[in-house]
Write a protein that binds this ligand. Structure first.
Ligand SMILES: NC(=O)c1ccc[n+]([C@@H]2O[C@H](COP(=O)([O-])OP(=O)(O)OC[C@H]3O[C@@H](n4cnc5c(N)ncnc54)[C@H](O)[C@@H]3O)[C@@H](O)[C@H]2O)c1
Length: 261
């Protein structure tokens, strides 16, 4: 199996629509052992959601911006496993005034929050897991990107944070390669999750994708994204690092949809 005996930390499970929930499901089906994290008021929802995984897994509380919670997570994993083979970073947040067409008036604090939670946090996760990944002899980290090569309606400072996240991915790949740790991102097409629905006008993304993506994109099916995350967490991408792998139905490659057919 693809992830036989891998010990993986999966952040970002809220509901069973969460991309991270589907990564955890497929990873378990492929032989991995999972610990999930839940955040703040959503923690109880995460605890309920993991009951619907093939094997309900432990949930640890993690606010990635709270050093005490990060420390407690690492202490738990050290006692529980003593090593970590890989992790999914599926964490993003931007305050309301950083989204929805407020780009020109967003206060610096809100833009800063979007950056800290959605981009800098990949570095926080990577550095905190480093001793545990060293103990495993290396491993893989994966994060989730949304296309940031163009400006989108409403995405605003989250789009800027995603650009930073891709840059963080490259710098982590540079600095963690000597630890045999691969650091990658999956750029996903629009999927119907809690985070997506909190972006005003998100349905526009969905419509544009259906019109333009060469492959029939289904915003209700997170499987293709979750499968690629599992590949990158596995031993089947041993020389891929600092990469952004698109799982978007080919959307990024074409400018206009095929209107002939
Ligand atoms: N849904 C999409 O269309 C789409 C497309 C591309 C990329 N992504 C990215 O995928 C990732 C997961 O999002 P999702 O769509 O599955 O939505 P989601 O709402 O299910 O997941 C977002 C997660 O971020 C967590 N989070 C927020 N602030 C946190 C903090 N301070 N500490 C720890 N966790 C925190 C939430 O608890 C939640 O579990 C995000 O990075 C999102 O930007 C989503």
């Amino acid at each position: 199996m693809l992830l036989q005996d891998k010990r993986l930390l999966i952040t970002g499970i809220l509901t069973d629509d969460s991309i991270a929930w589907h990564v955890a499901r497929i990873a378990q089906e492929e032989g991995a052992e999972i610990v999930a994290t839940g955040f703040g008021r959503g923690l109880r929802i995460t605890e309920r959601s993991v009951q619907r995984l093939p094997e309900p897994c432990p949930v640890l509380e993690l606010d990635i911006n709270d050093p005490a919670q990060v420390e407690a997570l690492v202490a738990d994993l050290t006692g529980r496993w003593g090593r970590v083979d890989g992790a999914l970073h599926a964490i993003a947040y931007a305050p309301d005034d950083a989204l929805g067409g407020n780009f020109l008036t967003t206060p610096p604090e809100s833009a800063g929050t979007a950056f800290m939670t959605s981009a800098f946090s990949y570095k926080t996760l990577a550095v905190s897991l480093l001793p545990l990944m060293d103990a495993a002899g290396g491993g893989a980290l994966v994060t989730l990107d949304f296309d940031n090569t163009q400006a989108w309606p409403a995405y605003d400072w989250m789009g800027v944070a995603k650009s930073a996240l891709v840059s963080v991915t490259r710098y982590l790949a540079r600095d963690l390669g000597s630890h045999r740790i691969r650091v990658n991102a999956v750029s996903a097409g629009p999927l119907s999750t809690v985070a997506a629905k909190s972006i005003p006008g998100f349905e526009v993304f969905d419509r544009v994708w259906r019109e333009r993506a060469p492959l029939a994109w289904d915003g209700a099916n997170p499987d293709p994204v979750a499968r690629m995350v599992c590949v990158l967490l596995s031993d089947w991408a041993p020389m891929t690092s600092g990469e952004v792998v698109h799982v978007d139905g080919g959307f990024h490659a074409v400018a206009v949809g095929d209107e002939t057919g």
